[in-house]
Design a protein around this ligand. Structure first.
Ligand code: UT7
Length: 391
């Protein structure tokens, strides 16, 4: 699978890359993961791979797998409810819903429409956007622009993935990488003092489109046999409604990912007139721990400055950044007032970054395996220590 991507620079985006206007913030972050775990060891029973290869080449130890009866919208709904619940926001407070997923069950209706109906939000706009693993960053940037422009007061952005239904479980080059999860973010007007979206950078270079594909055209020659169900490899996987599989030129995408991650950290820092070392936390798309380590090394930053949870979830595409952000915040890694960079990259090729000043953002995680994290799904204190119901 060839690509002519040459690492072109993101276009001129102005000082912050944001629509001028009153400030915006991330009001709430929520994430949800299915309970079933698929460990590397289980993959070795039906793929020509080893626990050592997966662990050392990707950093991944296990991933979650959604049950057959769960839809992409169902999982997204759980993340959305977690975000709204953490902020104490009713569904009626959401003016617009943006969905983003690379593993949709159907081309339409959109995941966003399903989530709007599931939550009982007012009948404002609801639509999906497609930017592969960068979808959540694109979604937050679009939501920010809608709020700044005055067309919505609060926008819910949901990234939801059941990638285990898109993966070809006969292809060891991709099957070991992905997992299922959802993440949700509510974007609304900034409060003072509090959290704020300080800068955004979006880009794409379609010359690299063939490097990472989920589509019928990618259903190449990995095998003409039946794709197995990863949880019961002696049985065939359930039929795929859109007939797709993921194919990737791993080395090419690895090179792109490390280059663009480093560049986005520098660009976000420059937009805020700070040094990369002043970013207290980088929450990057979790594709491979070696990508994070390589970019950290090039930036001269300790890896501790990066959120890393790819070991427990694998690559969850659009859900990856909000899931890593929720976990980092619940672990106390987001100090009020801290500069936090959210960065993603993926198919398209696409990339995007959002720089946040952390403050009064409510956070929750819905994971049946970690009961105490559920208990932590409460509003986080504001910068001066007050508690706020959100919005
Ligand atoms: O979400 C969008 C962003 N995604 C990414 O950024 C992913 C970027 N790419 C990667 O993370 C890495 O390229 C991979 C993890 C996909 C692959 O790692 P790599 O170190 O680049 O391996 P490679 O593709 O260069 O393959 C090295 C060898 C090959 O064997 P030969 O040709 O050297 O004999 C592969 O066939 O490793 C083999 N290999 C495997 N061996 C055991 C590939 N996958 C596996 C496997 N188990 N699962």
């Amino acid at each position: 699978m060839g690509t002519s991507f040459d690492g072109a620079l993101a276009g001129e985006a102005g000082p912050t890359g944001l629509v001028p206007g009153p400030g915006c913030r991330v009001v709430a972050v929520g994430a949800a993961v299915p309970a079933a775990v698929l460990a590397n060891r289980q993959l070795t029973t039906f793929l020509s791979t080893s626990e050592e290869w997966i662990s050392s080449r990707t950093g991944i130890e296990e991933r979650r797998v959604a049950p057959a009866e769960m839809s992409v919208a169902d999982l997204g709904l759980r993340a959305a409810r977690t975000a709204l619940g953490a902020a104490g926001l009713p569904a009626g407070a959401i003016d617009a819903v943006i969905g983003t997923s690379s593993s949709v069950d159907a081309t339409f209706p959109s995941v966003a429409c399903r989530i709007q109906a599931g939550l009982g939000c007012p009948p404002g706009p609801a639509f999906d956007l497609q930017a592969a693993c960068t979808g959540m960053i694109y979604g937050i940037a679009v939501a920010d622009a809608m709020v700044r422009a005055g067309s919505a007061r609060r926008v819910l952005v949901v990234g939801s993935e059941i990638f285990t239904r898109v993966v070809d479980w006969r292809d060891r080059g991709t099957a070991v990488l992905f997992g299922d999860a959802a993440g949700a973010v509510v974007v609304g007007p900034a409060t003072d003092p509090g959290s704020e979206i300080l800068a955004a950078r979006l880009g794409a270079d379609g010359r690299g489109a063939d490097a990472l594909v989920a589509g019928a055209e990618g259903a190449g020659p990995e095998g003409t046999g039946t794709i197995p169900d990863p949880m019961s490899p002696d049985r065939p996987a359930p039929p795929r409604s859109l007939g797709r599989v993921v194919r990737m030129n791993g080395r090419e995408v690895f090179r792109f990912s490390t280059t663009i991650l480093e560049r986005l950290v520098r660009e976000l820092a420059a937009a805020a007139e700070i040094a990369p070392a002043d970013l207290e936390l980088v929450v990057s798309h979790q594709a491979n721990s070696r990508i994070l380590a390589t970019a950290a090394g090039r930036l001269g930053l300790p890896i501790e400055r990066f959120a890393v949870n790819v070991d427990r979830y694998g690559n969850t595409s659009t859900a990856s950044v909000p899931l890593a952000l929720a976990e980092a915040a619940l672990a106390g890694r987001c100090r009020p007032g801290a500069s936090v960079g959210l960065i993603a990259f993926g198919g398209g090729l696409t990339w995007g970054g959002i720089l946040l000043r952390w403050g009064d953002t409510a956070v929750g995680l819905d994971d049946a395996r970690v009961a105490d994290r559920r208990a932590a799904a409460v509003p986080v204190g504001t910068r001066d220590g007050r508690e706020e119901a959100g919005g």
